[in-house]
Design a protein. Structure first.
Length: 435
């Protein structure tokens, strides 16, 4: 028998690699909307969303129906062998949804890391250059190139080198901990202007293919840049013929209150990657770029056996329908306002909260040992996420120092669920503060 937590844990330890780890010692039995139940019938309010994957909620009936109907017809032919309509329909939907008026084209893969790999391949092919610039604090996956672009050494890079060459890194606009020791707005966004100097001191424009950027870094700590930041960076890239890649794998599909985060700053990326909430849990990612760039690669140069899987494509089309029918972008904005208001109230009560920042329903809370020194408080952060789990709230941490709480709840989270989740979180802060 394998239907008990104890039996499953024993089998897991025997047959699953230790590195293939999980954050919590429970096994999921069911999930619906913004709620998850484990096999012991414990109920959890989900503020993690499968790491920003379940924007439309767990097991949405329209998504489930779309997948079931497709499975009854066919599950796989490989689009590169025998194509089908859902992939073409989804490509049209994405190309007309990604910010910017330039004609676009798309290709599909299975994961965010694969989307990043393909975006870089395409950028290098088109520009005939090799160098790639990424952000300190950025996360782009666990493949060789993904790890090379990712900033955080442990656990993502430790022991896995050597890494891919021609990858470079610049500081992000981390206003709470400005790498240039300045304050906004008197800084005049020097962190963006730094790219000009970087293209002299670290890599030449003539050999730099692309700049890849998470609009709001996920693992880095959910830092939100000043409004001038990305327009400045994009202008510098255009000046030197460097392609701008927006890694919207986590920020896309409504996570920031708009379909894609770059809409907030009026920036049209040359290439956009998306995954996670694109297909509501089905493995699917996309690379969407300007048509001239995407068409530069010869036939067969990009693709994969499972890319554009028909079940996943149908799920993604249903996701777009659900977002529109249920007005989830507006609901997400309202959700974000409630969340931010509640967290700001906690900030007035607990000195351990150093910074509350976010965009729409994507919000981070940075915890510090004291507000003056801003010394990170990773131990307290872990204690709070542990308390929340033990009391029925799923909440994850992130940040270079592991001291940021990040909120990724489904956009369908109800007011009652939000209130209950915030009550648990408040109790967690109280419990940790009194220790």
């Amino acid at each position: 028998m394998t239907d008990t937590k104890e039996n499953l844990t024993q089998l897991r330890e025997k047959y699953l690699a230790s590195g293939f780890a999980s954050a919590r010692p429970c096994y999921v039995k069911k999930a619906q909307g913004a709620l998850v139940w484990d096999m012991d019938d414990n109920e959890y309010i989900d503020f993690a969303g499968g790491i920003a994957v379940m924007n439309v909620g767990h097991s949405h009936p329209e998504i489930v129906s779309a997948v079931k109907n497709q499975a009854e017809n066919f599950m796989h032919t490989c689009f590169m062998v025998l194509p089908y309509d859902s992939t073409i329909e989804l490509a049209k939907k994405l190309c007309t949804s990604v910010p910017g008026n330039t004609p676009k084209k798309a290709m599909f893969a299975n994961s965010g890391a694969e989307a990043v790999e393909n975006a870089i391949k395409i950028a290098r092919y088109y520009t005939k250059r090799t160098g790639i610039i990424a952000f300190e604090g950025g996360f782009h996956g666990r493949t060789l190139l993904g790890m090379s672009l990712t900033s955080k050494a442990k656990p993502y890079k430790l022991g896995f080198g050597p890494f891919a060459p021609e990858t470079y890194r610049i500081p992000y606009a981390y206003c709470y901990r400005c790498p240039f020791g300045k304050e906004y707005p008197s800084c005049d966004v020097k962190c963006a202007d730094h790219l000009e100097d970087f293209l002299i001191s670290h890599t030449a424009p003539e050999t730099t293919a692309a700049f890849i950027a998470e609009p709001i870094p996920g693992e880095g700590g959910y830092m939100v840049p000043p409004p001038e930041y990305f327009p400045k960076l994009k202008a510098i890239c255009e000046k030197y013929g460097i392609l701008f890649i927006a890694d919207e794998i986590q920020t896309g599909m409504g996570r920031t209150g708009s379909l894609f985060a770059m809409e907030h700053w009026g920036v049209e990326a040359d290439i956009t990657t998306t995954a996670k909430s694109l297909a509501a849990g089905m493995p699917l990612s996309a690379v969407v770029g300007k048509a001239e760039i995407m068409d530069s690669v010869h036939p067969g140069g990009i693709g994969g056996t499972y890319g554009a899987n028909p079940l996943a494509c149908k799920a993604a089309l249903a996701v777009f329908d659900v977002i529109e029918k249920e007005n989830l972008l507006e609901k997400g904005k309202a959700l974000g306002e409630k969340l931010m208001s509640g967290l700001k109230e906690l900030e007035t009560k607990f000195d351990i909260i150093g910074d509350v920042r976010g965009m729409g329903p994507l919000v981070g809370v940075e915890l510090v040992k004291d507000r003056k020194s801003k010394q990170p408080a990773p131990e307290a952060t872990k204690a709070i996420t542990d308390y929340c789990f033990e009391h029925g709230l799923l909440l994850l941490s992130c940040g270079t120092y592991g001291n940021v709480l990040r909120f990724m709840m489904p956009l369908v989270t109800t007011d009652q669920q939000m209130e209950k989740g915030m009550e648990i979180l408040s109790d967690a802060f109280g419990a940790i503060a009194n220790k």
